[in-house]
Design a protein. Structure first.
Length: 580
């Protein structure tokens, strides 16, 4: 049995090892946390349930009234993950994610306001803060007296976070901070900022360090409220630092380890966005089923038509499987697992894309009404668009998933491992640092017998287990083969990397769903779990087809032609073949 806390399920999977203990049994909340969640859900219904018109108005106004933020504070919404000894609710990751689900059912701007505070704004303090820092700030963060924001992005540094230019230079036992941060959620009313800056001589070349900066420090100023496509009621501003004197004791974590801290904060906070996405999907299923039952065409409710059933059925599959993945990642973090970065990235990519698809289909089911501002659909489509961009774009996360998950394969291929260390430890930062890799080196031998098995699962889901095991074998073979074939050039092979990431996403979702369905069978028996088994069947069938296609297209594709067309378009900066 492997140590659950130090094993990454996906990294092992790329080696052909199925670490079943990591994902089975499906995580469940403690009785205490369940009870607390019921109370929170009830309170949220009271606070948010009757506010549909307000949310729509605030979206049109592009603002959230200060009075409402005060109400969120009174409800304790800013203290969700803060330990009880500091005045918070002390929710674990799973319960926190479930709370954002509840909020996400009502309004995405509210969910992101709460999420930016807990998922990223103050999470660095929770993860790396000293006891003194925690006692100083946590009670105020729990009560909402201080709302937190996460300040990483700059005009020249988004995905390439390592390119930040904000500097912090030592002076009088403290630091002098200069620079500007862009698109900071909660910027308009935050009092507590987790800020990333380059330390050293101020030439912008030093290592990154994280700092706690508060709004009352001289030289901190806030830019205007951004006019956005979606999440319009949430606050997004620039935050500027002009010779801000930051006391020495406000360094967060270790000096020089700010990049790692930023990535850890983002990894750890991903279940918040995943939870909000699942909540959004549940809301969309409610809206769409009601709409489809009510709307009649050709004398029939549209819910009777196959094409509408296909959409709603898929929404159910997307919601159930997303919930399985997001809950699983929350459970892994709560159980003290340290190796969950790949799995957390998968949960973000998968849940946000399922939500986008559900939102689009729900709008389609509503027909012309869906396009009208009077109805909620167009706002939901606008609101959820950003999910695929912030907290790591889904493109960057796909590269991260594939490259990080293959870490142990690369470790086996020793020379490759040595030369690729920087890339696999820090793929986002380390693109392009691999040295030549000898193709000649012997590597993995993934044969039938070397592959792990899943055991002890109900016979009713054995066909799905078989598919999972077979595709795991294919993945391990492909990871080994691709690393041998491309060596350092894997970094430039984004088409292939993306396909591997998509295969890994499908396999992780399949494994989490198997675990969830097995838990339901254990609790209720096969008959009662039959609908859930159907969801598993649908997902697995569809995933098998996608995985097969992705494997085939790693070698057999039109990538070079597509790239040539893109290069041509980049050169011309226009479409070349207009008909007039
Ligand atoms: C509403 C909103 C709220 C936000 N809140 C915060 C916040 O609270 N704190 C904070 O620090 N930031 C925040 N951000 C910033 C957000 O995290 C960044 O927008 C995001 O990281 C992407 O960076 P970018 O916009 O500079 O895009 P870019 O990095 O310029 O990327 C542009 C496109 O190129 C792709 N791309 C980039 N590099 C590669 C590559 N190597 N290979 C393939 N494709 C690539 C990207 O996936 C993307 O599609 C927010 C942004 C918005 C819009």
């Amino acid at each position: 049995m492997s140590d659950k806390t130090t094993t990454s399920f996906m990294r092992s999977l790329c080696m052909g090892r199925i670490e079943q203990d990591c994902l089975f049994p499906f995580p469940v909340l403690s009785a205490d946390q369940k009870e607390m969640l019921h109370e929170i859900a009830g309170a949220l219904e009271g606070l948010l349930g009757s506010r549909t018109e307000d949310f729509s108005q605030w979206d049109a106004d592009g603002d959230m009234p200060a009075q409402f933020i005060e109400e969120l504070k009174e409800f304790g919404m800013f203290g969700l993950i803060i330990p009880e000894e500091h005045g918070g609710m002390g929710l674990g990751n799973m319960a926190y994610s479930r709370t954002l689900q509840e909020v996400g059912r009502y309004d995405a701007s509210v969910a992101v306001t709460i999420g930016a505070h807990s998922s990223i704004g103050m999470r660095g303090l929770l993860l790396f803060g000293t006891d003194e820092q925690k006692s100083r700030y946590m009670p105020k963060l729990a009560s909402g007296e201080m709302i937190a924001a996460f300040c990483l992005t700059e005009p020249g540094a988004g995905s390439d976070a390592a390119a930040i230019k904000t500097t912090a230079v030592r002076k009088d036992g403290g630091w002098v901070l200069n620079g500007s941060k862009l698109w900071i959620t909660n910027g308009g009313f935050a009092e507590f900022f987790t800020v990333f800056a380059r330390t050293g001589t101020g030439d912008g070349q030093g290592k990154m360090t994280a700092f706690i900066v508060t709004k009352d420090m001289d030289g901190v100023s806030i830019g205007p409220h951004e006019d956005k496509m979606g999440l319009r009621a949430s606050s997004t501003t620039s935050v500027l630092f002009d010779d801000v004197h930051v006391p020495g004791e406000n360094v967060l974590g270790e000096e020089g380890l700010g990049f790692k801290a930023a990535m850890q904060i983002l990894n750890s906070g991903r279940t918040g966005l995943g939870g909000g996405s699942v909540g959004g999907m549940k809301h969309l299923i409610e809206l769409s089923t009601r709409q489809a039952n009510e709307r009649k065409t050709f004398g029939q409710p549209i819910s009777s038509y196959g094409l509408i059933k296909e959409k709603v059925g898929q929404m159910v599959v997307d919601c159930y499987t997303s919930e399985a993945v997001v809950t699983m990642v929350g459970g892994l973090i709560d159980e003290g697992c340290e190796e969950y970065a790949v799995e957390a990235a998968i949960s973000k990519v998968y849940a946000t894309e399922c939500l986008a698809r559900s939102a689009d289909e729900a709008l389609q089911i509503a027909g012309g009404n869906g396009f009208m501002r009077e109805y909620p659909y167009e706002r939901i489509v606008r609101d959820c668009r950003i999910n695929r961009i912030f907290e790591g774009t889904n493109e960057i996360l796909r590269l991260f998933i594939a490259l990080t998950a293959m870490n142990d394969v690369a470790t086996q291929l020793k020379e490759l491992s040595r030369s690729m260390k920087g890339v696999f430890n820090d793929p986002i930062k380390g693109f392009g640092v691999m040295s030549d890799y000898a193709r000649k080196h012997a590597g993995l031998r993934i044969r039938r017998g070397d592959i792990g098995k899943m055991t002890g699962l109900d016979p009713s889901i054995q066909p799905q287990v078989d598919i999972f095991e077979k595709k795991t074998r294919n993945l391990a073979q492909a990871a080994d083969r691709i690393l041998r074939k491309h060596g350092k050039n894997i970094i430039g092979k984004q088409f292939a990397t993306k396909r591997l990431a998509d295969i890994m996403i499908d396999l992780f979702v399949m494994a989490c769903t198997l675990s969830r369905v097995q838990a339901s069978i254990d609790a209720n028996g096969v008959e009662k779990a039959s609908r859930e088994i159907e969801i598993l069947k649908v997902f697995t069938r569809e995933a098998r087809i996608r995985i097969k296609r992705n494997f085939r297209r790693i070698d057999n594709n039109e990538d070079e032609l597509l790239k040539a067309l893109a290069v041509d378009a980049f050169e011309a900066e226009r479409y070349r073949w207009d008909t007039i």
